[in-house]
Ligand binder design. Structure first.
Ligand SMILES: *Cc1c(COP(=O)(O)O)cnc(C)c1O
Length: 356
């Protein structure tokens, strides 16, 4: 068994395609533009973006300029549109030209840099409809109307603060504000929805939707969604099995004490691999078809699980997330969100792409 990797992240491209198509079906006539920032949420932009491109995606979003430069090189298609959420900072115009990238203008300063810069730079403008994070204030939007004809604005967008809670009144408020301030920009495409917004119905779709997490299998509302399939499957091998007597303790800080005789297994994955330490004593794995708890503290390299009665052997596989438990279940157990579980994934384990 020595040739088996200790831990593996398998990325299921058929599931990714299924989710992309599910989002396209929901979005109707709106374009589905994948968000591939943060290395495609930890799953590998170099694989994910060309794959989605080969299935028809022509517009992509990243956060950092450097991510955009990488993506342009990876995609090879010079006509694909790549937007950079971070904005247009001082001295960046030349890089946006050189790599044919589109800044998302987030302030009047960004806007001034744009219209006084080279006209080859096509841009989006972000309007802050209540999240108070990035974007022009609504009362600044009218200034875009006096934009010189030399520069092309290809998209006006905003971002939902409470999309993961579809009944939250802020969603309708933001939708209303977005209409109020952008309806006057006739002929300029509009975008409001992330994954959650894409699931919230036609009113939220406008011309283009920007899903990230749901492409990668995370539910839009904090739990698994029946329209989506798990893309990321994280598993680790059993390194050792041992029998405990009642009263024996496990791991750092002796945080778990066996209430009775039991069998535990030590699996080869820890917080250095991105298995959040918050899952200590809270998370579960699936091993030999059964769901079993994580015992005591997660260490840097290894984690202990209860395998009493399962006849587990060295080399057996324990699933951290995938079909069961799902990414959302494990994230909930860690009191966080699927996004954090994915983007914290480490680089020490094997990554495999299950191709179609
Ligand atoms: C990250 C991000 C998205 C994608 O959000 P998901 O919830 O992952 O679908 C869309 N728009 C903006 C502005 C973002 O920052």
């Amino acid at each position: 068994m020595s040739d088996l990797p200790t831990a593996t992240l398998e990325i299921d491209l058929a599931a990714l395609l299924h989710n992309y198509r599910a989002l396209k079906a929901l979005a109707g006539r709106a374009e589905v533009a994948p968000v591939v920032k943060a290395d495609a949420y930890g799953l590998g932009m170099a694989e994910i973006a060309p794959f989605l491109h080969s299935h028809g995606a022509r517009t992509f979003f990243v956060a950092r300029l450097e991510e955009g430069i990488d993506l342009r090189r990876i995609l090879r298609d010079t006509s694909a549109d790549i937007y950079v959420f971070d904005g247009l900072r001082k001295g960046q115009n030349a890089l946006f030209v050189a790599h044919n990238l589109r800044p998302v203008l987030n302030s009047l300063d960004d806007y001034a840099r744009w219209i006084t810069g080279p006209s080859e730079v096509v841009a989006a403008a972000q309007i802050d409809t209540g999240m108070n994070r990035l974007g022009l204030r609504p009362d600044q939007v009218s200034q875009l109307k006096s934009k010189p004809n030399t520069h092309r604005l290809s998209l006006i967008m905003s971002h939902l603060a409470c999309g993961d809670q579809p009944d939250h009144p802020m969603n309708a408020d933001q939708l209303h504000l977005f209409h109020h301030h952008t309806d006057g920009f006739i002929g300029t495409p509009k975008s409001l929805a992330n994954s959650a917004g894409t699931f919230m119905g036609r009113d939220y779709h406008f011309d283009l939707v920007r899903p990230g997490i749901s492409l990668y299998g995370g539910g839009p509302f904090g739990e698994s969604h029946p329209d989506l399939r798990p893309v990321a499957h994280l598993s680790a091998r059993v390194l050792q099995v041992r029998d405990l007597k009642a009263g024996d303790s496990v791991g750092y800080g002796a945080q778990f004490t066996a209430p009775s005789d039991m069998t535990i297994a030590t699996i080869g994955i820890g917080y250095a691999d991105g298995l959040l330490r918050a899952l200590s004593g809270r998370g579960h794995v699936t091993i030999r078809g059964r769901r079993r708890p994580i015992l005591g503290r997660i260490s840097m390299d290894v984690t202990s699980i209860d395998v009493t009665g399962l006849n587990v052997q060295t080399g057996d596989k324990a699933v951290l997330f995938g079909d069961s438990p799902t990414l959302d279940e494990q994230a909930t157990a860690a009191q966080t969100i699927s996004y954090e579980l994915l983007t914290r994934l480490g680089s020490r384990f094997e990554r495999t792409y299950k191709r179609i």
